[in-house]
Design a protein around this ligand. Structure first.
Ligand SMILES: Cc1cc2nc3c(=O)[nH]c(=O)nc-3n(C[C@H](O)[C@H](O)[C@H](O)COP(=O)(O)OP(=O)(O)OC[C@H]3O[C@@H](n4cnc5c(N)ncnc54)[C@H](O)[C@@H]3O)c2cc1C
Length: 470
């Protein structure tokens, strides 16, 4: 430990190099600030290392395996499809490595100083950055906190060799024969589905009425139907997990459903019951930043906290804990520091689940719009009437457009179906650009594409659908 170190001065200090922090750092540097980003782990944060990216690599591999085995409808019969799971893990880590290396290159290219260590506030102009051996003080004009979140641990289900959080589940070195998942939000559902596709028997235990509670039931029920069709998945909803007994080789999980106590044995238990903000070990009490009792930092529309030179973004502030939200806020915070007139507008933040089928939503759902007092029309078009979806043999699902009755303005959209995660962007753009259903209907969409469904739903909205009978 160096005592009495000389402070290093910087304009903007960013704490955390996840999708919030590294994006904020790059934008701040682009705007002419001298930027230092402090990271106690690995560049890319949760998203690139143990979140969005590795989970999607695992999901994609599981999906390939599953479709390779089950494409008889298309005349393809494969008798001996095998998985080398160590190769799957290698592939997944390879993707992570490429992307985190890319972030390092981008930070360097934008002349952002990267410092490895843990940042701790001394006062509202100073942090101490500590690693195992050293401590260095940094003085800043402004700071952006982007310290992210970590899995919630429930006392009855302490993480261990057999009781896993999402990171543990992503890094398994073998395909479990049986897996229990407590909490079927998007992380639990995605990882459970990935392993089910690799052949694992998966049991979901979900306290709520439905899995994927954030999505409309007509969307999540498609996912439930597909999971059940696999034959190796059981789903218990309105079910309360009670406890776990752990041995060297597995777990026995007890839970209560419909007043009845049940138990299930498995190789591993995955607990995905939410995430908590990393705001408890930053020394924030030294600077008096206002927080909620859940440890969420309160911010204004420019991501500024109650202390005027301290900004906060990403999973530690209100709103859905999603990577693209963190990055968006990162750009807003950096631009606000540079004196630009920017403001957060959360209307068109998409939410996506990489389930089967994929689910995606942006803007208002029909119910939310009505609850807000809008007089809306919901116009639906099925993938079963889309040529491209049929030719891909993936025609489950629909696209729903929520438009204002008075002028046809697009204010929301939901998609359940193939490539929903990609297609939702067109609708986010439509909302951002203030487009009407007619604007979309009059846009020529290439044929045959999944994207045509967006035009078709818009045609339903304006009362002139071609490919379904009115
Ligand atoms: C399994 C899984 C799958 C996911 N899939 C998706 C998805 O498909 N799409 C999506 O949008 N989101 C997804 N997410 C959520 C997404 O990963 C987060 O919303 C996102 O990473 C939040 O970004 P962030 O920048 O706020 O924080 P993080 O990514 O958590 O980064 C914070 C960084 O700050 C560092 N840090 C913390 N404290 C300090 C300190 N005191 N000093 C220095 N450094 C510090 C941490 O080491 C970390 O690197 C997923 C999450 C998980 C767990």
């Amino acid at each position: 430990m160096v005592v009495g170190d000389f402070p290093i001065e910087t304009d903007t200090l960013v704490i955390g190099a996840g999708p919030g922090g590294y994006v904020a750092a790059i934008r701040a540097a682009q705007l002419g600030q001298k930027v230092t980003v402090v990271e106690k782990g690995t560049l890319g944060g949760v998203c690139l290392n143990v979140g969005c990216i590795p989970s999607k690599a695992l999901i994609a591999a599981g999906h390939r395996y599953e479709t390779a085995k089950h494409s008889e409808d298309m005349g393809i019969k494969a008798d001996n499809v095998t998985v080398d799971f160590s190769k799957v893990q290698e592939f997944k880590q390879g993707v992570v490595k490429k992307l985190t290396g890319g972030v390092a290159g981008l930070l360097k290219g934008n002349k952002v100083d990267v410092v490895y260590g843990e940042a701790y506030f001394v006062d509202n102009e100073t942090v101490k950055v500590m690693d195992e051996k050293n401590s260095q003080t940094y003085k800043f004009k402004n700071v952006i906190i982007a310290s992210g979140s970590r899995p919630i641990e429930i006392p009855a289900f302490k993480y261990s060799k057999r009781v896993l959080d999402s990171t543990g589940a992503l890094n398994l070195q073998e395909i479990p024969k049986k897996l229990v998942v407590i909490g079927a939000g998007y992380i639990g559902t995605e990882l459970g589905t990935a392993y089910a596709n690799f052949g694992t028997e998966v049991t979901f235990i979900e306290a709520g009425d439905d899995i994927l509670a954030g999505f409309e039931k007509q969307m999540s029920s498609l996912v439930v139907r597909n999971l059940k069709k696999k034959g190796n998945v059981e789903i218990f909803t309105k079910a309360m997990a009670k406890g776990v007994e752990e041995s060297d080789t597995g777990v026995k999980v007890t839970f209560e459903v419909n007043g009845e106590e049940k138990s299930v044995e498995a190789d591993y238990l995955l607990v995905t019951v939410g995430r908590r903000p990393n705001t408890d070990e930053l020394g924030l009490e030294q600077v008096g930043v206002e927080m909620t009792d859940r440890g969420i930092i309160k911010i204004d529309k420019q991501c500024r906290t109650s202390v005027s030179n301290i900004y906060a973004i990403g999973d530690i502030v209100e709103g859905p804990p999603l990577a693209h939200k963190a990055s968006y806020e990162g750009k807003i915070a950096a631009e606000a520091i540079a004196g630009e007139k920017v403001e957060i507008d959360y209307l068109a933040i998409p939410a996506v689940v990489f389930s089967e089928p994929e689910l995606a939503s942006v803007g208002y759902t029909e119910k939310q719009a009505k609850d807000e007092g809008f007089d809306v029309t919901a116009s639906k078009f099925p993938f079963a009437a889309n040529g491209r979806a049929l030719s891909l043999n993936e025609s489950d699902g629909f696209l729903k457009l929520v438009t204002r009755k008075e002028d046809g303005l697009v204010i929301g959209a939901q998609i359940a179906g193939p490539s929903a995660s990609d297609m939702i962007s067109e609708l986010g753009l439509a909302i951002e650009a203030g487009m009407t259903a007619e604007d979309i209907a009059m846009t020529i969409h290439a044929h045959p594409t999944l994207g045509e469904i967006t035009m078709e739903a818009a045609e339903v909205a304006i009362g002139s659908p071609i490919h379904i009978v009115k």
